[in-house]
Design a protein around this ligand. Structure first.
Ligand code: SF4
Length: 79
């Protein structure tokens, strides 16, 4: 099943955990907070992630975020 992800930047403390475990999905923005850059999603949470290895990395990022800023769901985000 596809997963969708975005970073709630007001929760992010810029620790870099998600960027370290899934650099193909997350990067730092110019202010040092994480964001989703996967397939040019631009942190909108609307791009399906379907590759099994990418999803494993994504789950690691969700589990490892100390501030619960990595938000993942089975349907696209709509904001
Ligand atoms: S793991 Fe969480 S707090 Fe750390 S950079 Fe990623 S989103 Fe921000």
């Amino acid at each position: 099943m596809s997963k969708y992800v975005l970073i709630e930047k007001d929760r992010c403390i810029g620790c870099g955990g998600c960027v370290a475990v899934a650099p193909h999905i997350f990067k730092f923005d110019v202010e040092g907070y994480a964001e989703v850059h996967y397939m040019e999603d631009n942190n909108r949470g609307i791009t399906p992630i379907e590759d099994a290895e990418h999803i494993i990395d994504l789950l690691d990022a969700v589990d490892g975020c100390p501030t619960i800023a990595v938000k993942m769901q089975d349907v696209p985000f709509s904001r």
